[in-house]
Ligand binder design. Structure first.
Ligand code: ADP
Ligand code: MG
Length: 402
């Protein structure tokens, strides 16, 4: 008996539900695509491209729409002999400075046997290598900087690139920048000079509603699943859950995949609404665990304090009450406590991660605002996620509860 065997009872092709599958159509983003297309029209006319900035929450089709349009742009440009259009796609996810982005762009434009290392050159030299590559290529070059907010404060490249032509660094090459960001605050925080050029044209991608998500899932499911595997209501439920939450197509697709995977693991031939519900819990737990990994032990203990208060029906709880509980826990562990200011910042972080909800109370004339916190996610999910990270903290969560 082999250990692995091919199965095809549930999925026809599960890759269709994966992140990097490029859908052929993006009907729910017609308006955004229309606008985007108009901004790229100068390219086909052989003119200087505009810089475009796309923003919207994660999973709303920004990357998919960009790849879709730029593929068409490159293809359609081929019919004109006097046009050469190249697009360079760069995801800044793991690039935390302008330097790293510039190196990445140089390497994208160079053959594999002629790459530069990501250390050791002065920044100016990297820029000048980048301009050399762009000049050698010539024509129109569209540089896509996806998840550009990840480069943080060190954003000089966003200032340099759009001005390269005006500053006579480029002559043959006409470059256009497509910046994409999940974080609108990033744009607000840009230097006004950068903002003027980089965000010359902007397109906002709003969250999807349940109808959009259902249509998206239906098209993908038809290719991904074997016929008649999905019970009625499965797609609508995935769409409804994702719409309630963040309106993210990625989340909806993950949910559908995970539901199918649960059916497959249990050797069941159809995917049911119960699978979707379990999948949702599973994904939520995984996401919380992931977020918890980025927190310190005291962040975990702060969350544990809120979880205990929840068990005792004492939430929403004020900051001071959370702090008292935190202190009790830490004393039991024989460790040093952090100041209440630090715990406050942990509470803020947990709120930002969507693990806690914060209620603001205005005390009217008496003055001042106070905050109350409670879990934004299921208590059991939090406890089991804390249990998972417990090993990291060397804390036995179950012994502490109650
Ligand atoms: N309108 C749509 N039609 C089909 N699939 C879509 C649509 N919008 C998003 N998707 C899919 O949802 C997932 C997330 O989209 P993506 O473009 O990566 O989001 P973003 O870049 O905004 O975070 C991808 O798998 C993408 O193919
Ligand atoms: Mg994206």
């Amino acid at each position: 008996m082999p250990v692995f065997e091919r199965d095809r009872t549930v999925f026809e092709d599960e890759d269709i539900l994966r992140e990097n599958y490029q859908p052929e159509r993006l009907e729910e983003r017609e308006d955004e695509l229309e606008e985007f297309k108009a901004y790229l029209q100068p390219v086909i006319n052989g003119k200087q491209p505009r810089n475009v900035f796309l923003y919207g929450k994660t999973g709303v089709g920004k990357t998919a729409a960009t790849k879709y349009l730029l593929d068409h742009l490159e293809n359609d440009a081929e019919q004109y002999d006097d046009l050469s259009v190249t697009t360079v796609y760069c995801n800044c996810e793991d690039l935390s400075s302008s330097y790293q982005v510039a190196v990445e762009l140089v390497n994208r434009l160079r053959p594999v046997d002629d790459q530069i290392s990501s250390t050791g050159y002065p920044l100016n030299e990297v820029y000048s290598k980048l301009y050399d590559e762009l000049e050698a290529l010539g024509g129109t070059v569209i540089l896509v900087l996806d998840e550009v907010d990840q480069i943080g404060d060190d954003d000089s490249i966003l200032y340099q690139l759009p001005r390269a032509r005006a500053n006579d660094y480029l002559d043959e090459a006409k470059i256009g920048i497509v910046g994409i960001s999940n974080d609108f605050k990033f744009r607000e925080g840009l230097d006004p000079r950068v903002e003027d050029t980089l965000c010359e044209r902007e397109i906002h991608f709003p969250p999807y509603d349940a109808n959009d998500l259902r249509a998206i899932l239906e098209r993908r499911a038809e290719l991904a699943f074997r016929p008649d595997v999905l019970e009625d209501g499965v797609i609508s439920l995935c769409a409804a859950f994702a719409a309630q939450d963040r309106g993210s197509a990625r989340q909806a697709l993950d949910l559908l995949f995970e539901a199918g995977d649960l059916a497959r693991r249990n050797d069941q031939k159809s995917v049911t609404e119960d699978h979707v519900r379990s999948a949702r819990e599973l994904l939520e737990k995984r996401q919380i665990e992931q977020s918890l990994l980025d927190l310190t032990t005291h962040g975990h203990l702060t969350l544990l304090a809120v979880a205990q208060l929840t068990i005792e029906d004492a939430t929403p709880a004020r900051k001071g009450d959370v702090y008292d509980r935190y202190e009790t826990i830490v004393r039991k562990l024989d460790r040093d406590t952090l100041s209440d200011r630090r715990i406050h910042s942990h509470l803020n972080e947990l709120t930002m991660l969507g693990i806690l909800d914060r209620h603001d109370h205005n005390q009217g004339r008496a003055g001042g605002v106070y905050y109350e916190y409670e879990l934004a996610v299921d208590l059991d999910t939090v406890l089991s996620a804390l249990d998972e990270v417990r090993a990291l903290d060397a804390i036995d969560v179950s012994n502490l509860s109650g």
